[in-house]
Design a protein around this ligand. Structure first.
Ligand code: IPM
Ligand code: MN
Length: 375
C-alpha cells in the first residue's frame, strides 16, 4: 500500500471544520484506491500567532519543504490587522516554496446553479493559471513625506534578486508607492506551464494584461507571451485586457480554455470565476511548484462569523484535496472525488445552506465519502 505523509494547516475561522471534511474524503479515497495518508498537523494561524508570536518560521518552512504537498484550510482573523497573517503565512509559504503557479479550475459542475443565464457545464469549463510570486505581490513599497528621502527596496528570490535604490523628492505632504515587478524567468515559466496545460486540453491560451496603460510591466508580459506562443504553433492564442476579460467571463465563458494572468489581475478575476462556477463554496485552488512543495486550499477565506457552527460548504476544500492527491499521482482517486462531489450535488439530498440545503459541513463530508466508497 502506498503511504503518503501530508502536512495540514487547518488555520483560522472555519479552516479546521472544512479541513476535517477534506481529510475524511481523502481517507475514504485512500481506502478505495489503495493508499494510506499520515496527516501531520501544523498549528499555524491566528491562535498560534497570538500565543507564540510566530507567523511561520524559517524552521517550520524548511521542515515543510520535505513534503510534496501541503493541505491548507484558511488564514485570516478579526483579532489581527488585515495582511499580517495573509502575508506572514500564506504569501510567505507561496514565496518560500516558490509556488509560481496558482491553478484555479473554473468548472461548473453538473447540478450546480449557475448565475449566468443559459450557461451549462459545457459552457463553463476553463482553468485560470495565475502567476503566483511576482507582480504587485512582491511586497515592496513605502511612503515618503514632503522633501527628499531615500529608500532601498529589495526582492530576494532563489532565481534572482533585484534592488531598487530610490531617491525620492516630493512636494506632496506624503506619498505612498508600491512597486510591481515581473522577471523574464518568472513570466516564461508560468506561460510554459499554461501552454503545456492547453496542449492536453482545448489548445487555446488567453493572456490577461493591461498593456495599454501599465505598458512597461504588462507590455513585457505580452512580449514574452508572444515569444512562447511562437514555440507552440498548435495552440490558439489571444490577448485580453483585464477589464474586458471580466466582461467576457460573464458573457462568453465558453470561449476560454486556459487563461494565463499576472498575479494581481489573477487574484481579482478568479473571484469572479468562482461566482461563475456557482459560488466561493465550490472554488478550489492549488499553489504549485511542479518540482517542489505545492499547497492546496479553497479560495474562500476563513469566514470568522461562521466559525464553529458546522454550517459552511466544505466542497471547495474537498475539491482542493482532489487536486492535492492528483499532484501526488493519484489521478483516478482525484477524479473519483470530483465525481462524488458532483453526485452529491445532483442528488441534492445533503447540502449546506448556500446550495439551498440545511445540512451541516460534516454531513456533506460524510455524504461525499459515502458516495465515493459506494460507487
Ligand atoms: C487568494 C487570496 C490571497 C491573495 C490573500 C489572502 C493574500 O485572496 O488566494 O486569492 O491575494 O492571493
Ligand atoms: Mn483572492
Amino acid at each position: 500500500m502506498t503511504q503518503y505523509k501530508i502536512p495540514v494547516i487547518p488555520g483560522d475561522g472555519i479552516g479546521p471544520e472544512i479541513i476535517a471534511e477534506g481529510k475524511k474524503v481523502i481517507d475514504a479515497a485512500g481506502e478505495r484506491f489503495g493508499f494510506d495518508v499520515e496527516w501531520i498537523e501544523y498549528p499555524h494561524g491566528a491562535d498560534h500567532y497570538l500565543e507564540t508570536g510566530e507567523l511561520i518560521s524559517e524552521d517550520s518552512l524548511a521542515e515543510l519543504s520535505d513534503y510534496e504537498a501541503i493541505y491548507l484550510g484558511s488564514i485570516g482573523d478579526d483579532r489581527i490587522a488585515p495582511g499580517i497573517l495573509e502575508k506572514g503565512i500564506l504569501l510567505a509559504a507561496r514565496f518560500y516554496f516558490d509556488q509560481y503557479i496558482n491553478l484555479r479550475p473554473i468548472k461548473l459542475l453538473e447540478g450546480v446553479w449557475c448565475p449566468l443565464k443559459n450557461k451549462t457545464p459545457k459552457d463553463v469549463d476553463f482553468v485560470v493559471v495565475r502567476e503566483n510570486t511576482e507582480d504587485f505581490y512582491i511586497g515592496i513599497g513605502g511612503r515618503a513625506k514632503k522633501g527628499t528621502s531615500k529608500d532601498l527596496l529589495e526582492v530576494s528570490r532563489t532565481m534572482y534578486s533585484a534592488k531598487f535604490g530610490l531617491d525620492i523628492e516630493t512636494e506632496s505632504e506624503e506619498i505612498a508607492y508600491q512597486i510591481g515587478m515581473i522577471s523574464k524567468e518568472g513570466t516564461q515559466r508560468v506561460m510554459e506551464y499554461s501552454f503545456d496545460l492547453a496542449e492536453g486540453r482545448g489548445k487555446h491560451v488567453s493572456s490577461v494584461d493591461k498593456a495599454n496603460v501599465l505598458s512597461d510591466i504588462y507590455g513585457f508580459w505580452r512580449e514574452e507571451f508572444n515569444a512562447i506562443a511562437a514555440d507552440h504553433p498548435g495552440v490558439k492564442t489571444d490577448f485580453n485586457f483585464v477589464d474586458a476579460i471580466t466582461m467576457w467571463f460573464v458573457k462568453n465563458p465558453e470561449w476560454f480554455d486556459v487563461v494565463v494572468t499576472p498575479n494581481m489581475f489573477g487574484d481579482i478575476i478568479t473571484d469572479l470565476g468562482a461566482m461563475v462556477q456557482g459560488g466561493l463554496g465550490l472554488a478550489p485552488g492549488g499553489n504549485i511548484n511542479p518540482n517542489g512543495t505545492s499547497m492546496f486550499e479553497p479560495i474562500h477565506g476563513s469566514a470568522p462569523k461562521y466559525k464553529g457552527q458546522n454550517k459552511v460548504n466544505p466542497i471547495a476544500t474537498i475539491w482542493a484535496g482532489a487536486m492535492l492527491i492528483e499532484q501526488l499521482g493519484e489521478k483516478e482517486a482525484a477524479d473519483s472525488i470530483v465525481s462524488s462531489i458532483e453526485q452529491n450535488i445532483l442528488e441534492a439530498k445533503v447540502q449546506t445552506y448556500d446550495m439551498g440545503g440545511s445540512d451541516g459541513t460534516s454531513d456533506v463530508g460524510d455524504d461525499i465519502a459515502r458516495i465515493l466508497l459506494a460507487d
